[in-house]
Design a protein around this ligand. Structure first.
Ligand code: PMP
Length: 467
């Protein structure tokens, strides 16, 4: 397998990249030396580098390309939509017909009865809208002081000012002068990392719910409006909630009239083995955000669903004010809606959720097979999302010194072996296209095994891991 293109090559795409592009989520200084891996095409679960190298895209890009890289029906849906109505908006009592079709379809699929759908273009925008609606609706309800929102350590809710404020990862906040006021932080439900000695999953969940209750009580329940939560935390490291967690958390929220916003941007559309992560973990949200697999990521689109009660209060408030003064130019874009509709049709016709249920044991059992590896502390996951966390000491769960960049190094070894994973600290994530086959999972895992051994050899040769 080849290494990424060198930015030193004059006029190469890599060189032009370094001279022209600001890269999201990248060490900008390091990038000037390494340059990018330039991807030129994709097919099925594979993408191809400029030099023809094939990679298994074990992250479906950014947890999103659910139907793989060459679904002709989506390409046709986009082409036809472009020919028919390349743009129209939904402002001021107008709407593209296909936007209504998609809204209806999403309401039909919702895990709990939802009232209405609002369209945006990214997960962050959907989250941003949800936060604004929490405030708008509590103003409508005559509760102007009930405005604080709760999010968890290691949460990921995007990068807009609201999204980055809710996200619980230091890199998204440091020196960006967020979080905004009124964001409260509660514990991360990662049993392996944060449970006390001997604490069962159920006991850990009880403690987290107690801590949540203490937080709400100490802040004043009449000042706390909502909690945002991913059913499975994605970018925080694929954190699967411990047994009974969401039941206990939701009981506390209910007790203090705190809304629940399920951030389904990663979990939605089959990833966890049900259509929604909310179904896998029995969440009853008041609002839900979704994006990514909504269109198999072929085109940007996101949505926010809200309950009937919330919508009724939005109507009241907009009547009072004269307008619901919020909306994105491209929200409900007819081309994006046509692609999303076709995506949902394909999910139904091919029973993608059933397929994930059938195929996911191959991924989950396969990953759990790495548990015996000297570097692997924890293997976790559900459906077609999983992770392995590398540790220095299995007994104490002690991590490597972050400066060593063990996770990044392991991801690099994987890439050299033709697998694109993602390192989040020393956790390596796997979230392949939902169409991945048993053979492709086996091939991916065998390459991951090689990369794990290479990581171990490297650590030993550098004296960071005793043989
Ligand atoms: N919420 C969650 C749970 C996400 O995983 C993401 C993106 N990974 C976002 C929100 C933000 O989405 P976007 O990058 O489209 O703004």
């Amino acid at each position: 397998m080849s290494s990424p293109s060198s930015p030193a090559l004059p006029n190469s795409t890599a060189q032009r990249d370094v001279e022209s592009l600001i890269h999201p989520y990248t060490n900008l200084k390091l990038h000037q030396e390494t340059g990018p891996l330039v991807i030129t095409r994709g097919e099925g679960v594979h993408v191809y580098g400029e030099d023809g190298t094939q990679y298994i895209e074990a992250m479906a890009g950014l947890w999103c390309t659910s139907l793989g890289w060459n679904e002709q029906r989506l390409i046709d849906a986009a082409t036809n939509a472009l020919q028919r109505l390349p743009f129209y908006h939904s402002f001021t009592h107008k709407v593209p017909d296909v936007t209504v079709d998609l809204a209806e379809k999403l309401l039909e699929l919702a895990p709990v009865k939802m009232g209405k759908v609002f369209f945006a273009n990214s997960g962050s925008e959907a989250v941003d809208t949800a936060l604004k609606l929490v405030w708008y609706v509590n103003n409508a309800r005559g509760k102007p002081n009930k405005k604080k929102v709760i999010a968890r350590e290691k949460a990921y809710h995007g990068v807009t000012v609201a999204g980055a404020s809710l996200t619980g990862l230091p890199a998204c906040q440091n020196d960006f002068d967020v979080p905004i006021a009124g964001v409260l932080r509660t514990g991360c439900p990662h049993h392996y990392r944060f449970a006390k000695d001997g604490e069962t999953e159920e006991q850990f969940a009880t403690r987290l719910a107690d801590e949540l209750e203490q937080l709400i009580v100490s802040e004043g329940p009449d000042t706390v409006a909502a909690m945002f939560a991913e059913p499975v935390m994605g970018a925080g490291g694929v954190i699967v909630p411990p047994a009974t967690y969401f039941d206990k958390i939701q009981a506390v929220l209910k007790k203090y009239d705190v809304m629940l916003i399920a951030d389904e941007v990663i979990c939605g559309f089959g990833r966890t083995g049900n259509m929604w992560g909310s179904q896998t973990y029995n969440l009853k949200p008041d609002m839900m955000t979704m994006a990514k697999a909504l269109s198999s990521a072929y085109i940007p689109i996101s949505a926010l669903m809200v309950s009937d009660e919330i919508f009724a209060d939005m109507v009241k408030e907009s009547e009072k004010l004269g307008v619901f003064g919020h909306g994105y130019t491209y929200g409900g874009h007819p081309v994006a809606c046509a692609v999303a509709l076709e995506t949902l049709k394909i999910y139904e016709e091919r029973d993608i959720v059933g397929y994930v249920q059938d195929i996911s044991p191959a991924l989950q059992m396969g990953l759990r097979g790495f548990h015996g590896h000297p570097l692997v502390g924890e293997v976790r996951g559900v459906g077609l999302v999983g992770a392995i966390e590398l540790v220095k000491d299995k007994a104490s769960h002690a991590s490597f010194d972050a400066k060593l960049g063990v996770g990044m190094k392991c991801a690099k070894f994987m890439q050299n072996n033709g697998v694109i994973s993602r390192a989040m600290g020393d956790t390596l994530a796997f979230s392949p296209p939902l169409i991945i086959t048993q053979d492709e999972i086996a091939e991916m895992l065998s390459r991951v095994a090689v990369a794990l051994d290479q990581t171990l050899e490297w650590l030993q040769s550098e004296g960071h891991f005793a043989p």
